[in-house]
Design a protein around this ligand. Structure first.
Ligand code: AMP
Length: 130
């Protein structure tokens, strides 16, 4: 089966600005950053999303969390703060089907979830019917 872009980056078959790598994780700069610091962290094992994690994968998850703190230090946002996000599935806004965490920082981030007018209306409709 064809590799997706993150598998190719992991295998160094596609270009990326890799900022950290160890036996378990690879981290690289997001090609279209949403903040001054925007790094993507992937496990070196292909896992499609949070939904596909198995018990034997927990080591990858701890390495992602430990790696995040290291990368935050590397990019000097360890003290000022940063956010770690993973999108899962369609409603979560996941575009690339390879588990990845966005480490974003370098400026004061707004609310975690910012809804458009139509999304707010959708949410209010939902609240009034549930
Ligand atoms: P998500 O919406 O959570 O699946 O995020 C996918 C992220 O991957 C987006 O922020 C994209 O900008 C980023 N992205 C897509 N292709 C590349 C690439 N070749 N190198 C680096 N980042 C990428």
């Amino acid at each position: 089966m064809d590799k997706n872009i993150f598998e190719k980056i992991r295998d160094e078959e596609a270009e990326a600005d890799i900022v950290y790598r160890d036996d378990y994780i690879t981290a690289f700069k997001d090609i279209s950053p949403s903040a001054p610091v925007h790094i993507l962290i992937i496990p070196n094992k292909k896992i499609k999303s949070l939904n596909e994690i198995q018990n034997e994968d927990t080591h990858y998850l701890s390495k992602i969390l430990l790696g995040s703190a290291k990368i935050a230090r590397q990019f000097d946002v360890h003290e000022t703060g940063y956010r770690l996000i993973t999108n899962c599935g369609n409603d979560g806004g996941q575009e690339v089907p390879y588990l990845h965490f966005h480490l974003v920082g370098g400026l004061k981030l707004g609310k975690m979830i910012s809804l458009s007018k139509s999304e707010k209306k959708q949410f209010n409709d939902y609240k009034s019917t549930s």
